[in-house]
Design a protein around this ligand. Sequence first.
Ligand code: HSE
Length: 301
Amino acid sequence: MIRVSVPATTANLGVGYDVLGMALDLKARFTFEPSTQKLEIIGDEPAFATPENLIYRAFVTFADAIHQPVPNLRITVDSDVPSARGLGSSATCVVGGLAAANAWFHAGWDQAALLKLATQLEGHPDNAAPAIYGQVCATILVGDEPIVRQYPVSQQLHFVVLIPPYAVSTEEARNILPATMSYADAAYQMGRCVLMTRALADGDLALLRQVAQDRMHEPYRAKLIPDYQAARQETAAHDGVLLISGSGSTMLAIIGDAAGAEQLQKAAAQRWPEWQVRIVTPSEQGEQVVKTGDFSEKAEH
Ligand code: HSE
């Protein structure tokens, strides 16, 4: 059996659109075993229990990439990462499927090779990189080769995810963005993106407050999240900074002390009883794979 655990990720970190992402301690866990049927998917929403399932598609993509036949598989899903909420659920599936196939076929791919294929499947690297490497990652693409560097996050910062019960489609949230931006806005954005990594590493909430003012996507996407302004006010009332997590609908509040984070969690849970409101911590680790037994030779094809 192969067990893979992959962290949720919060992409963009406001001003780092398609570049920055941070791994969180919410995990998706997948197991992969040989099956007598072509495909069994257990524990996922019934609508996802088909060969179109992203976990399976990633596994098949990996098998195709190394010219191996796809085995009959039973995939069991146990995920704390909600779908279509901006917490990298699709990256958990893609990275989970690729990492499992890497172990299944003894392929020995390193993290960089996994990220390259994950980025092709995802279309952008900012969830996949921290899902693989952990921590805050900044990723650029040179052609289709990702280059990643990790950044630490100060323990002085505390994070609360505010997860509304409604989904935002990433496709829609990308389609509403303008096609171009001015030099002035690009310069504004670059400075803030660079200093965001420093503010997170230093736990500098005052700097974070300044650099969190995005011009590239949040002003457009805020309109897709009906409670965005209210969530921003609630976070500000607890002296925190609010970012849209990925393409939403989840919002990530950053607070300067643990008591403030707990108070925000309590207040938000009371105000929005339908929401999931959780204190989360950055995950040092990306995907983890544990393999028990050696069955790949014996698996039915
Ligand atoms: N960087 C991507 C976006 C993340 O904001 O569209 C999507 O999860």
